[in-house]
Design a protein around this ligand. Structure first.
Ligand SMILES: Nc1ncnc2c1ncn2[C@@H]1O[C@H](COP(=O)(O)OP(=O)(O)OP(=O)(O)O)[C@@H](O)[C@H]1O
Ligand SMILES: [Mg+2]
Length: 309
């Protein structure tokens, strides 16, 4: 298997030059009177990384995220820029890490969308002009400007998710955690979330996502952690998709395009790296047509029947 570059930041970090923006150290957790949900989790996430946590239902993804922003306190296990998140007060913490939970109803509580998006920045002690600017920017980015005077609880699920995303963005935290950000969104809104994630990441924000949307995985993340109570594996989306037993054991699948091109290889389609997304597939096909002088060449073997006397 070809080893890929995860991202330039991550490679520099391998040399130990940069400190992780978020570290989980030996985190084990069980809910009261319940079986263990997380077992000895350790991971380092570096500034500017875009990582996904994937795994079956009940694997512990949300539980891990609840620790990362100290909703579940676990002193001595989660560090943001070297500081124990359990020791931060809420106003310090929200500047460091913003989180969007899978269920938006737990995060919306103001009478209007504008107020919900403005709530965090107002509590940072910014001037009213600065707050207004941040709120308008976040609403514009998430495409909810038209909803600004609406009552959040009367919005659709997808609209509510966008309001929560805007309220996270308006805080401009260093790390953004998104728990299933594309679930229940229409196809256009999924693409919008992808664009927002990539824009925020290009601006330097560190992004941590959980998702069951394997078709979007390669665009949502450069690096993937497979979690199933423990960290089972870490790799690029391609490395994860190329490991059938890992996928099967953890209720995962490769993206549809990757599986389709795996199938094509059985009828002679030849390419070094199977495409992970539709865009990559289109680029690969164009490349091959160009190189093949207007054709795609299949590598087939002719089976000549043996002659019998
Ligand atoms: N509040 C709670 N009290 C008790 N047990 C819980 C609680 N929340 C989650 N659990 C249990 O902890 C385990 C991990 O759940 P968690 O919600 O973190 O999984 P997940 O990976 O986010 O799953 P999904 O993909 O379904 O969102 C599961 O066994 C779940 O039943
Ligand atoms: Mg979850």
């Amino acid at each position: 298997m070809k080893t890929e570059k995860i991202n330039s930041g991550a490679m520099e970090n391998a040399g130990g030059k940069t400190t992780p923006v978020l570290s989980v150290k030996n985190l084990t957790y069980a809910y009261p009177k319940n079986k263990i949900a997380l077992e000895d989790i350790s991971l380092d996430i570096y500034p500017g990384e875009k990582v996904a946590v994937v795994g079956p239902n009940g694997a512990g993804k949300t539980t891990l995220f609840l620790h990362m922003n100290s909703t579940i306190k676990s002193k001595g296990h989660i560090f943001i820029n070297g500081k124990d998140v359990a020791d931060m007060n809420p106003s310090q913490r929200v500047k460091e890490v913003g989180i969007m939970f899978a269920d938006p109803d737990n995060q919306l509580f103001m009478p209007t969308v504008f107020d919900d998006v403005a709530f965090g920045p107002l509590n940072l002690g910014l001037t009213p002009e600065e707050v207004k600017q941040r709120v308008e920017e976040a609403m514009e980015m998430t495409g909810i400007t038209d909803l600004k005077m609406n009552v959040p609880h009367h919005l659709s699920l997808g609209q509510k998710k966008k309001v929560v995303l805007a309220s996270v963005i308006s805080m401009r935290p260093k790390v953004i955690i998104l728990d299933e950000p594309t679930a229940n969104l229409d196809p256009k809104s999924k693409r919008d979330v992808l664009e927002i994630v990539n824009k925020l990441n290009a601006e330097g924000m560190t992004i941590i996502i959980s998702t069951h949307d394997v078709n979007l995985l390669s665009e949502l993340a450069d690096k993937v952690y497979v979690l199933n109570k423990k960290i089972i594996e870490t790799g690029t989306p391609r490395e994860i998709f190329s490991n059938p037993s890992l996928l099967e054991e953890n209720n995962l699948e490769a993206s549809d395009i990757f599986k389709f091109f795996q199938l094509l290889t059985t009828i002679g389609f030849d390419c070094d790296d199977l495409p992970l997304s539709f865009d990559e597939a289109v680029n690969e096909i164009y490349r091959q047509i160009k190189e093949g002088g207007g054709h795609i060449h299949l590598h087939t073997h002719k089976h000549v029947p043996e002659k019998h006397d």
